[in-house]
Ligand binder design. Structure first.
Ligand code: DC
Length: 237
């Protein structure tokens, strides 16, 4: 039995390792990986560069015409899917501290959400896609054949994010990261448009005490339960 060309939706809190998990599942089982948060980050970066996001303020009216012509797209490079703005790879810039500060309010703007959803639908036209975000299984692809909701203890998530930022050479403190995470959790789950929610038909993956290999074994069990024994389920990690 092989896995059919389904859409797999992965939602959950920030810093639960959704994208790392989704990328790994994509490469293990031959899916195209799409990172919806990266799209919101791309719009935020463009807003910062255009000066319509500055000094703690987002000029929503001015952001929309900046966003409309943006050529944001994913491209495979060095074995990974990366976000490009036209010809320029912006994968590194969109992960920085400044973008992270503004991305949550930017992603709460309904017109921004509609624009990103439209792009995600276009990118997924061929099927066999795995996507991660905050509303993929509830709003963007409510009919996705497989939905996963990721969660983990907030202190563990903050430590993971802090370690990630340190590795990138960003100057911040664990307290700052914890506050930013708490703020994002609250905003993501309380915004009026597409709040972060667990879809009723989603499988919960709490990875507080799990490593990537254990997550992958969990996923294999889920896929086998759904589609029967898979051909060559040998896992690489
Ligand atoms: O997963 P991430 O941290 O890269 O996401 C960045 C922001 O975008 C985060 O504040 C939540 C938001 N987001 C969203 O609202 N909907 C999605 N489908 C994905 C991300």
């Amino acid at each position: 039995m092989t896995i059919p060309d389904i859409i797999i939706a992965i939602d959950g809190y920030s810093s639960t390792g959704k994208s790392t998990f989704a990328k790994l599942v994509a490469s293990e089982f031959g899916f195209l990986y799409l990172d919806s948060g990266a799209m919101y980050r791309g719009v935020t970066l463009a807003g910062l560069e255009a000066g319509v996001i500055a000094d703690g303020k987002i000029d929503e009216e001015a952001l929309l015409p900046v966003m409309a012509p943006l050529e944001l797209h994913f491209q495979r490079e060095d074995g990974a899917t990366k976000l490009f703005l036209g010809e320029r790879c912006i994968e590194k810039e969109i992960r920085g501290w400044e973008v992270s500060q503004y991305v949550s309010p930017v992603s709460a703007i309904p017109q921004v959400r509609a624009w990103v959803d439209d792009k995600l639908h276009k990118f997924s036209e061929g099927g066999r896609v795995i996507m991660d975000g905050r509303d993929i299984g509830t709003t963007v692809f409510p009919n996705a054949e497989l939905k996963i909701f990721m969660t983990a203890d907030p202190a563990v998530r903050a430590q993971r994010r802090y370690d990630e930022l340190l590795l990138k050479g960003e100057k911040t403190t664990l307290e700052e990261v914890e506050a930013n995470l708490k703020d994002r959790d609250y905003r993501d789950s309380h915004r009026p448009t597409s709040p972060l929610r667990q879809a009723p038909d989603a499988f919960v993956l709490d990875n507080t005490h799990m490593n990537l290999h254990e997550e992958l074994v969990w996923m294999l069990g889920l896929l086998q339960g759904k589609f029967g024994l898979l051909e060559s389920p040998g896992l690489s990690c």
